[in-house]
Design a protein around this ligand. Structure first.
Ligand SMILES: Nc1nc2c(c(=O)[nH]1)N(C=O)[C@@H](CNc1ccc(C(=O)N[C@@H](CCC(=O)O)C(=O)O)cc1)CN2
Ligand SMILES: Nc1ncnc2c1ncn2[C@@H]1O[C@H](COP(=O)(O)OP(=O)(O)OP(=O)(O)O)[C@@H](O)[C@H]1O
Length: 245
């Protein structure tokens, strides 16, 4: 983040970057971060700027590092969802450097849980969740994201949502379609929502707007933070105390 950069305060102005490099700078650095003061327009603009920065940073993670971080995430997920028996857990098919949970599903989740994948059925509408088991055929959906070809529509008890970014209050920044927020808002029974990502995706704030729904827990390779510690649903689902994960 720009705040981490040691910015020389009394640099003469003739040493500043030429205007054509401004787009490469963090908005805080470039003085273009009006998210906090420009209302929704400023927030939307700031998010458009922030998403590619976070995605590129994630894609730059070396394959070996990614593999070991995914192994740590899988172990933490298994502890968090200690007895999935009979529950429907929605995962996602990884893209753009997101943590890959497919090996975890193959190795651990079949212990009594049903896996589902989110499906964008139409633009600007809530998603649907379709059951899927490793090996079952997938077809390309919106954005070329693989989705189950058959599989029945299910209602998830637990939704694992990949984050592009997340903040200190448990809000998630995604790809900008608003799909998870719209879907969670439309479900009759709110599932237990686990945001998952690498620790590098943490930012100070996403400047939450009215439609943004915070995650119950955010899991990274370094931390497991609960934002809804007394969630009734968590206890009925037998979700571990996040402090022990
Ligand atoms: N792996 C994975 N699968 C997932 C998600 C995810 O975050 N990760 N989703 C999580 O939601 C859903 C798909 N999300 C999508 C989000 C945005 C767009 C999209 O069309 N974006 C536009 C920009 C939108 C805008 O700025 O208005 C684009 O890139 O052109 C498509 C799908 C379901 N599947
Ligand atoms: N519950 C909702 N009802 C209607 N519109 C919504 C809702 N939630 C989000 N949106 C719309 O979606 C747009 C994008 O939202 P946002 O920036 O939160 O996306 P995101 O969480 O990054 O994306 P995604 O969940 O698809 O990964 C918002 O500007 C808003 O107009």
């Amino acid at each position: 983040m720009g705040n981490d950069v040691d910015f020389p305060r009394d640099e003469p102005s003739e040493y500043s970057s030429p205007a054509c490099f401004l787009h490469e700078l963090d908005p805080d650095f470039a003085g273009t971060n009006n998210a906090g003061t420009d209302g929704a327009v400023g927030v939307i603009r700031w998010r458009k700027f922030e998403r590619p920065r976070l995605i590129e940073m994630r894609k730059a993670i070396a394959a070996d590092d990614r593999k070991s971080m995914d192994t740590v995430l899988a172990a933490k997920l298994s502890r968090l969802l200690s007895s999935p028996g009979g529950r429907v857990v929605s995962i996602y098919w990884p893209m753009k450097g997101e943590p890959n949970l497919i090996p975890w599903v193959k190795n651990s989740l079949p212990d009594g849980g049903t896996v589902a994948l989110p499906v964008v059925v139409s633009k600007g509408a809530p998603m649907e969740f379709r059951s899927w088991s490793p090996g079952e055929p997938l077809i390309r959906g919106v954005w070329n994201i693989p989705v189950p070809e058959s599989g029945v529509t299910v209602v998830p008890d637990v939704v694992i949502a990949p984050v592009v970014g997340f903040d200190k209050r448990g809000y998630r920044l995604g790809y900008g379609g608003g799909y998870f927020d719209r879907t969670l808002a439309a479900l009759a029974r709110k599932p237990y929502v686990i945001g998952i990502g690498y620790a590098q995706a943490e930012i100070e704030t996403i400047y939450p707007m009215e439609h943004d729904i915070p995650m119950d827990v955010i899991l990274t390779e370094k931390s497991c933070t609960a934002y809804a510690p007394s969630s009734r649903l968590a206890s009925t689902l037998d979700i571990a105390d996040s402090r022990s994960v």
